[in-house]
Design a protein around this ligand. Sequence first.
Ligand SMILES: [Zn+2]
Length: 488
Amino acid sequence: MRIAVAGFWLESVTFLPTTTDIAEFERSAKRGADVISGFAGTATPQGGLIDVLAEAGAELIGIVDAGVGAAASASDAAYDKYVGEIVAGLKALDRPIDAVAIHLHGALATPTNRKADAGVLQAIRAVVGPDVLIACPMDYHANLAPESLEAADIITGFRFSPHTDMWETGARAARLLLRALRGEIRPVMAMAKPGVALPSVFSATRLQPLDELVAEAEAASGKGPLLDCSLFGGFSYADTPDTGMTALAVADGDADAANAWAERMAKRCWTLRDQLFKRELIMTVADGVARARAVAAASDKPVCILEHADRLNDSTYVLRALIEQKVERAYAPFMFDPAVALAATKVGVGGELRMPLFGKSSPKAGGPILAPAKVLCTGQQRFRITGPLKTGMMIDLGPTAVLNVGGVIVSVISVQWSAIDMDCFVQFDGMTPADFDIILLRSKTHFREIYEPLCAEIVIVDTPDWGPAELSALPYEHLPAGVYPVSA
Ligand SMILES: [Zn+2]
């Protein structure tokens, strides 16, 4: 078996005024044999694909893998470049292949292409023809398009958010692909959309009733003709015709069974739409900070404040409130500001910075903090992620610093990255959560794996940033009519 392996992944926040360009994709881009060696053994969908296919004795040919987490739409130039590389790489193969295994996020968009994941799959299909199988593990936050089902043979999504099953999802796609290649199964797919868009902060799969729905999909997988059932939470900050939740079933030759399951699950989601959208959990900044201070005062555990609407890791709404209220023992990890990190490196430990801090990424970021900042430590931060997400993957945050800004401890990074695990403590001079009463995060769901057990409470605040829980505040142009809670 010869199988080509590729990846092109981005969770596109199409409302952001910028684009994610080639330079940002190149930071993690791998080519040729490095695609295989770079992902083998890592807790990623590519790692799951590669480990299982290699174990089965497949000959794996790396083409290209490039991706960015959650950021602005891919530039058209970046889309053309990486799709062009995948196509050229497949055309240049000296011998025929049996399959293509590709990881896509499922919420890829460019300023001119709102069905970009489908575009990637269609481009691959056009090169390899109808007989080569295409398997694609996708992110749970995919906005699945019907065109993707037409172009691919096997699509499966992460079951959980936090995405603790990235490797397992890649492995599941690989196992289905191997069975299909051996002629044991004939995968057919069907999908249905309930017409529900979830804010990312409510897409956590341990929240009720989402956990029940995800468990139902898991339980249906492998029953009768159903090989695999996915429930996608969708990504509401990508404005596309396909935005929203999707139920997807892969069945063994039985399209009716796949369709019946997807339709049934979509109806369940629609019926539960009010419970899925947890409006009662959203607080203002003032109420959220007051709540966090009160709970922390009565607990020996820290409280997490979630400034989840921040999509660029630099918004200052909660940080400003903490400084103004002179809150002590508070930590704001991984604030993105390369200029501040560089200046801290130059002035050195013990020095003081007097420059605008954070809040510069867009007019919605809350504006810079103007308080003086004392430099507590500096350094390049390159380390292997401790996990549980993307465990073992090497990350380079560039120049970093830890500052005391008006009494609040802030770690500053030079590469867009979100604090979701213990790395924002352990990689920075051995800080520990026990040092703090309040931890200010910007994650949507992934932080929960570590911070739910660690914290006395998770306090969700909404700010006027790019990723609010109140989706109806966003200027959708491509979302179809009748999608709850925006237009239904
Ligand atoms: Zn996701």
